[in-house]
Design a protein. Sequence first.
Length: 279
Amino acid sequence: MVTALNSASALQKINGTIVLAGAGKMGGAMLSGWLAQGLAAKRVVVIEPQPSDDIRALQAKGVRLNPPPQDVGEVAALVIALKPQAFREAGPGLKPFAGPATLVVSIMAGTTIAGVTEVCGGCVVRAMPNTPAAIGRGITVAVAANNVAPAQRDIADSLLRATGSVEWVEDEAVMDAVTAVSGSGPAYVFLLAEELARAGVEAGLPEELATKLARETIAGSGELLHRSDAPSATLRQNVTSPGGTTAAALEVLMGEGGMQSLLTRAVAAATKRSKELAK
């Protein structure tokens, strides 16, 4: 297992420039993680036609914003954090940053290794992070093309691990399901908070109190799940007394047409859409 300390050390040992294409929420979160873990700002180039004030402010620390490719020097990795739709238009402009042996890390949903290789070339790692990366608690799943060298995979791992944990898979075909579970998953949790608060209001709670109860309950439960080695089913059972209030609610949530059916359909729909984006 790679620790945060080891990841920081590995980042500092990267030779060459890291080019980040796309500095929106996810790209910006990755950049913040790299800098926080000791990657020198002068080693980072950001390609972003509409940079936020936060990204512009990093220029004072040494981050280079939108330089011409010929001024970048040796590129250790090109990290593509564009929306898939934007990549179709902007992708060809990234090709000058990637030679045949350059590591290219893509975090674009539904964009295949073959699709990135066709546009940019290089040695491609496809990865899917999620939005908790913004607070360093993300989970990223990555898969490497056959021409990615072990040392390049280590660099990719260090870059991705700056925003949370990383899992590697060997079969790219599972990435659509990964996108549906962890990539889209935070939205499912936020919807749960939204609907739990709404149900609280329906049950007679003031809206402000219902919202706070829902948010804090989900945040606290998530932290308990994070810290515990017990399976989620065990944690659920620990809250549930036979014949009690939780059991009554779970009869509804776990019954016909309940959460199991809904989430199965939801993940299937997201997986299908991820596959469609690759076409």
